[in-house]
Design a protein around this ligand. Sequence first.
Ligand code: EPU
Length: 418
Amino acid sequence: MAKLVISGGATLRGEVAVSGAKNAALPILCAAILSDEPLVLSNVPDLRDIATMRALLEQMGVSITSDRDAHTMTLQAGAITSHTAPYEMVRTMRASILVLGPLLARAGEAVVSLPGGCAIGVRPVDQHIKALQAMGAEIDIHHGYIHARASRLRGTTIEFDMVTVTGTENLMMAAALADGVTLLENAAREPEVVDLAVCLNAMGARITGAGTPEIRIEGVERLHGAEHRIMPDRIETGTFLAAAAATGGDVTLTGADPSTLSSVIDKLVEAGATIDAERDRLRIRRNGPLRSTNLKTAPYPGFPTDMQAQLLALNAVAQGTSVITETIFENRMMHVQELRRLGADITVEGNIAIVRGVHKLTGAGVMATDLRASACLVIAGLVASGETTIDRIYHLDRGYERIESKLSALGAEISRAP
Ligand code: EPU
């Protein structure tokens, strides 16, 4: 199994290009199901999760072509030949649930495996199911599969019990082809939801309010082909910002969208970094000491759960004590155990981590437990003295494009070992 080997201590300097957003590309790839015409996507990140989604869509009959580095993709769902998302695929990537809404809307039928638990928590999909039922879908769950049918979904008002990103996206796609108007209340406001709405509207959908807690979708008879550029990955951007702040460097990120990162930028400034944001560039520097910062995750525009682990790594080597509270997922502190192996002083009570900053971390062998936990260990490895080896980096490959070559270009000593 591939490992990452990091010799810590280098200061990151230089310029790096941000990739397209994984969590925008995944639902947008699924939007192709909604039309029989071609959907041309650019700035698609070259990631394992994208390859998994591609394989899932292809086995449903969607034809997909791409350029050599897979950053531009043309998808065409001429005919849907299978309505099933099998367990083997959903198990490896929960985002496979995103085919449920569009399949049901386009084909009148969908059979999607229940995702089950995952490393960061239980993560049920009850909100997706309840909302589709409210739109008239008949849904049974048996043998671990969601069986959904609807000759035509009907618009209605749906109030989500909690903010769910993929739930909002699934329903937005389903409602795009429904009969009448759907109102989504307590909808997720994440920028990836907005990017999906922009793409759907380019395909002929009538969606307003994306980015607010109330989204209005007026169903249309059919959607047509379109071209869309995937938004920059705000979590990849934030991860590089955190890495630069941790090593005390001077890094410029290009092709970024600073407007989607306010809560992360505020925290990094509080931690002692200087950040200059231009239209699509972010420059981060840190000369002074790293200060500890408390944080609590929340749905957008709050501090993203997908940046919690990276900021925890930063706090592990900051001056002072910080309190980090995870409110979105119930089991997203597994990186703490690994950080302790590097010498971090952290205690966890439930979903709260008390991080007492130490002067230095020392390299050791550690294991990645999920995607963002892996990013946290990379940051810790960059500042630890000596060598850190991170095992199970397939997690990292799910969501970070060529992370080791991007970091090497900034001066990090990092390589992949078999
Ligand atoms: N929830 C339910 N029932 C539902 C849906 C959600 O109880 O039907 C709960 C979840 O268990 C969780 C909370 O609501 O406690 C929020 O979950 P949400 O549905 O928003 O998460 P998601 O849509 O499955 C997306 C991202 C995650 C990111 C979260 C939160 C994608 C493909 N995934 O997941 O990204 O952490 O939103 O922002 O967009 C990652 O990229 O590393 C990642 C995990």
